[in-house]
Write a protein that binds this ligand. Sequence first.
Ligand code: SF4
Length: 297
Amino acid sequence: MSTPLCTQCPRACAVSRETGERGYCGAPAQFLLARAARHPFEEPCISGTRGSGTVFFSGCNLRCVYCQNREISHGLLGREVSAEELEEILLRLRDEGVHNINLVTPTPYARQLVPILTRVEERLGIPVVYNSSGYESVETLRRLEGLVDVYLPDCKYLDPALALSYSDAPDYPSVAFASLAEMLRQQPSCRLDGDGLLQNGVLVRHLVLPGQRKDSIALLHALAERFGTDAFLLSLMRQYTPEFAKHTPYPDLHRRLTSFEYESVLRTASALGFSGYTQDADSASAVYTPSFHEKTF
Ligand code: SF4
């Protein structure tokens, strides 16, 4: 009997993960997890006072050259767990009192997550957050309809050449916009509870990169033109840390973001009418990257 070939993300590798083949993301057939613990450093509407129940999956279908989670996205640090064990981990996090279940880089496992989320949906009783690079297949996202309460995608670049250099994905801009359209179809507006925690909706993250403020500004204009500024929240991030990109041949990535760069993008976001979150200059520190060596599950 033939085994299914993996085409669940835009890389469409067509490898048989069931028989041990690995595609671009490096993910095995089973879930490969690096960390499952309460996390206090997401946006306030996600972390709240009790933290977000983050589950970090290893392997990534985008693998940006400056990734701050390099150990797991490129290095595949982690332990394989069965569907049953993952289900127990989600319920354990819920029992610890977190505000939501936050699936971090779930894309290589999205289709395998569908039966698990279907089984635990009612017992969880807290929102499920799908926290991804934004490089998604619309067909796969459709399978998640009704199972994901909050989409938390990155929107990284508008320029295909930049997407090629930094993420080996020149189609990233068009793919990310199509993915965002599907996320907004499923979750067309943001709903916060009385404590300001996001229960439904889309929160788009954009990390301003050193040397690329013009692409960031053009991206914000393109987002506003395509989707308006009311349908989703925007998190404008300044936490870029060059420590993770010293090995790259791109001099811009070897330095920190300047205040001028961040603030010029922030002014554009405000002028266009976006609402959401900003970050302070001291957020650009590796201390906000969680440890993937601590035993958490
Ligand atoms: S999930 Fe991984 S193996 Fe599957 S198509 Fe995407 S990159 Fe390739």
